[in-house]
Design a protein around this ligand. Structure first.
Ligand SMILES: [Zn+2]
Ligand SMILES: [Zn+2]
Length: 351
C-alpha cells in the first residue's frame, strides 16, 4: 500500500526545486497554489499595512517596520526572502544579505551612512548572497558556517533562477547560467548570548539550531523586536534539509516562545515581514503536537501517522532527488497549522 501510493504521489508531484530547500516551493507543497498564483499574490496583503520606503532599486522593496529598522524584500523571486537593516547611532547591522541576484549595497547605502556589518540568520544560500560585498561579517563559530563561507556552487542554486522562479523577467543583465553564491570572509565570531552594540541599540544573538546548524535569532529586547530567520515565518517551515535537527528545532521553538510575552513584533526571513509574537506560542505547541503524534504511531508506518494527526490537514510529497540521482527512502510530510506549517522528513522502510 505505501509503495503504490508513493508511486502515485511521485508521478503527481513536480520535483522540489532545490535539495537544500530554504522555504516552500509553492508548486510542490500547495497543490493548486502554482508559481503563477504565487506571483499574482505579490506583494502579499500584509505589506499594505507597512510604510514603503523609496529605494534606488527595481529589485528590492524596502519597508519601514519599526524605528530604525527596515525590511528589504525580494518579492519578485519565489523564495520571497526578507533581509533586515537595523540602524544604531554608531553603526548598522544587516541581518542577512539576500539571494545575491542584485547588489543589496545600493539599497543599504541609501538607508544609512553608518558603517554596516553583517550577521546571518543562517548560511543557506538565500540569505548570504551579498555577504561577499561587506568587509565586516559576524558569524557563529560552527563548522557548518565555515563550510558555507566558501559559497555554494551553481548546481546548488541554479534551480532558484529558472524563469518560473521569477515573478516577471529576471533583472536585466543578471546571468542566470552563471549564478552562484560567492564566498565571504568571516571577520568576527559571536556565540549564543553575544551582544552586538550598534550605539543606542543592542541586539542579542540567540543560537537556535534546528532548521540549520547555525540558525540564529536576533533579540532587540529594548524595542521588543525578535528576528527569527527561517526558524519561524508565515509559510511552510522546513525541518528536513541537510543539517536540520527536529529535536533541536523543538528546543529552539521553546526558546523563542519564551520571549513572545516580551516581544512586540516578530520579524521573519521569508514571505511576511511583521508577525504577531503569539504565533511563536503556536509554533511551540505545534512542534509538541507533531512530536506526540509521531511517538504515538509505529515508526516507519507513514500511513498510521496520517491518522494520528487527523486533527490537522496534511500533505506529503516524495523527498528531493539527491546528487546521485536516486531518491532517498523518505517522504516529506507537511503538518499544516494555518498561518504556518511544519515540514519534516520521514524515513520510509521497506521501499
Ligand atoms: Zn531561507
Ligand atoms: Zn534556510
Amino acid at each position: 500500500m505505501p509503495l503504490a501510493c508513493l508511486a502515485v504521489l511521485a508521478s503527481a508531484s513536480p520535483s522540489p526545486a532545490s535539495k537544500w530547500a530554504a522555504h516552500a516551493p509553492p508548486a510542490v507543497f500547495s497543490g493548486a497554489d502554482t508559481v503563477q498564483a504565487w506571483c499574482a499574490n505579490q506583494p502579499r496583503p500584509q505589506f499594505a499595512a507597512l510604510t514603503r520606503v523609496p529605494a534606488p532599486s527595481g529589485w528590492f522593496q524596502v519597508y519601514s517596520v519599526d524605528s530604525g529598522v527596515y525590511a528589504i524584500a525580494e518579492s519578485h523571486q519565489w523564495e520571497e526572502v526578507i533581509s533586515y537593516l537595523i540602524v544604531g547611532t554608531d553603526r548598522a547591522l544587516l541581518f542577512d544579505t539576500g539571494m545575491g541576484i542584485e547588489d543589496i549595497r545600493v539599497v543599504v547605502r541609501a538607508l544609512t551612512d553608518r558603517p554596516v556589518a553583517v550577521f546571518n540568520s543562517h548560511t543557506h544560500p538565500d540569505h548570504i548572497g551579498n555577504n561577499w560585498a561587506f568587509d565586516r561579517i559576524y558569524a557563529l563559530n560552527t563548522a557548518y558556517t565555515r563550510a558555507n563561507s566558501h559559497g555554494w556552487p551553481h548546481g546548488a542554486v541554479a534551480a532558484e533562477v529558472t524563469p518560473d522562479h521569477f515573478c516577471g523577467p529576471a533583472p536585466t543583465g543578471f546571468d542566470t547560467a552563471g549564478y552562484y553564491t560567492r564566498p565571504f570572509r568571516i571577520t568576527d565570531t559571536v556565540g549564543n548570548g553575544s551582544i552586538i552594540d550598534l550605539g543606542g541599540r543592542r541586539v542579542q544573538v540567540l543560537h537556535i539550531p534546528g532548521h540549520a546548524p547555525d540558525a540564529a535569532a536576533l533579540w532587540d529586547e529594548a524595542h521588543g523586536l525578535l528576528f527569527t530567520g527561517d526558524t519561524f515565518y508565515e509559510g511552510p517551515i522546513y525541518v528536513f534539509a541537510p543539517g536540520a535537527d527536529a529535536d533541536a528545532f523543538a528546543q529552539s521553538a521553546g526558546r523563542l516562545a519564551a520571549l513572545a510575552p516580551r516581544a512586540r513584533k516578530v520579524l521573519a526571513a521569508h514571505n511576511v515581514p511583521v508577525s504577531d509574537p503569539k504565533l511563536l506560542l503556536r509554533l511551540r505547541d505545534a512542534v509538541a503536537e507533531v512530536a506526540r503524534a509521531e511517538t504515538a504511531g509505529p515508526r516507519g508506518d507513514f500511513w498510521t501517522q496520517l491518522h494520528v494527526i487527523g486533527a490537522y490537514t496534511m500533505s506529503q510529497v516524495p523527498s528531493p532527488t539527491i546528487d546521485s540521482g536516486t531518491t532517498e527512502r523518505s517522504v516529506l510530510v507537511t503538518y499544516d497549522f494555518g498561518a504556518f506549517s511544519l515540514v519534516y522528513r520521514h524515513r520510509v522502510d521497506g521501499q
